[in-house]
Design a binder for this molecule. Structure first.
Ligand code: SAH
Length: 352
């Protein structure tokens, strides 16, 4: 477990510090340890935007904190609200001009936020808009947290679920994402249940093993999208690095180690991966792992030539899986009237 090592992390980034680290920093500044608890609460529970709001912290300490530890806060740049289902999409900016998008979705079980883990992405999946402009940089833990915090501030909504399914490959920014999850689920912070957190990966096999060993009870979602190596390589470059057999072995390990059922995400693309034989092959992969399959009619992206499977086709595909005893759900299409496909809003902004 490497999360206590401040590796690629900015040591001046106070919002990316765990409470024990913040306690050390406060002591090093010559202030009593209990001040760390107060500051941590202002940052991660009360979600203040500035030190000046920390009314129980002495002025001298606030002055020193502001100098040493400039606060990372997200700035809302754009907001789209779906008239169909109330889904809200946000474009947020950081100090260096980096732009990321995140989404608030309202479900019966609570409010779920989808966060980005990187600025852009270098995985190159053929159907995805997030990768069109390449990878700009990784996001710090504080910047992933801020997406949730800023959504809470501007909407006043309580967030109960978090999915790391926005722009970026979380396992290409592994240390920061793990640290983000630890702070997000810390009982001294927002205290989101680990079981209410999902991390979605395109399948970086060694990181799946690492993640299984973090001692977290988080759901792992694997973006599978094709049941054979040949087909998967056509649409996902990462498939040239890791085979489906290796992926399945890693998922089995994750399931056995954490007890958490793995989800396979499968975006249905007309004529590409929606044939009956593919449903059969997919069922054969999911069955032994007790994996849950999430079918997503692909969101057509203007720059890409893929079409979504029509409703009947999706239902037929689902039936074929169910007939083989696989647990399937069809992702409800939310925010159809806003730029809801991964990376669309940001891509439109940078292109303009
Ligand atoms: N990099 C991670 C997480 C980000 S993408 C991953 O690959 O899992 C979140 C999910 O949305 C992935 O399953 C991704 O394959 C899928 N996705 C991306 N673009 C899409 C589109 N245009 N239509 C449907 N699903 C898409």
């Amino acid at each position: 477990m490497n999360s206590s090592i401040i590796s690629e992390k900015d040591t001046r980034d106070i919002k990316s510090m765990t409470l024990p680290e913040l306690t050390e920093a406060v002591k090093a500044m010559g202030f009593p340890a209990y001040r760390a608890g107060q500051i941590y609460q202002w940052l991660h529970v009360k979600l203040v935007r500035s030190y000046d709001e920390m009314t129980n912290v002495p002025a001298a300490m606030i002055r020193e904190l502001s100098e040493r530890y400039p606060l990372c806060t997200a700035e809302l740049k754009d907001r789209q609200v779906s008239k169909i289902d109330g889904t809200q999409k946000f474009l947020m900016g950081f100090a260096d001009g980096a732009l990321v998008e995140c989404v608030l979705m309202k479900y019966k079980f609570g409010n779920s936020v989808c966060v980005s883990s990187q600025v852009g992405c270098r995985m190159g999946c053929r159907f995805c808009a997030s990768t069109l402009d390449g990878l700009e940089r990784n996001l710090a833990p504080s910047e992933i947290l801020e997406q949730i915090y800023e959504i809470s501030r501007v909407t006043g909504e309580r967030v109960s679920h978090v999915v790391v399914m926005g722009t970026g490959e979380p396992f290409d920014n592994y240390e920061n994402v793990v640290r983000f999850i630890r702070i997000l689920t810390d009982e001294n912070g927002l205290h989101i249940s680990q079981r209410a957190v999902t991390v979605s990966t395109c399948g970086i096999v060694p990181r799946i093993y690492d993640f299984a060993g973090e001692g977290l009870s988080v759901t792992l979602a694997l973006s599978l999208h094709a049941p054979t190596d040949e087909k998967r390589r056509e649409i996902m470059p990462i498939a040239n690095r890791y085979s489906i057999a290796e992926l399945m072995e890693a998922c089995r390990y994750y399931y056995e180690k954490t007890g958490r059922q793995v989800t396979f995400e499968y975006s249905l693309i007309r004529g590409v991966n929606d044939q009956a034989a593919q449903a059969q092959a997919l069922a054969a992969l999911a069955k032994p792992l007790h994996a849950h399959i999430n079918l997503i009619p692909v969101n057509p992206v203007r720059e890409r030539d893929y079409q979504r499977t029509d409703e009947d086709g999706v239902r037929a595909f689902q039936k074929k899986l169910e007939k083989r005893g696989v647990n399937v759900s069809i992702r409800r299409v939310l925010g159809r009237d806003i730029d809801s496909a991964c990376g669309q809003l940001r891509h439109r902004h940078i292109s303009e």
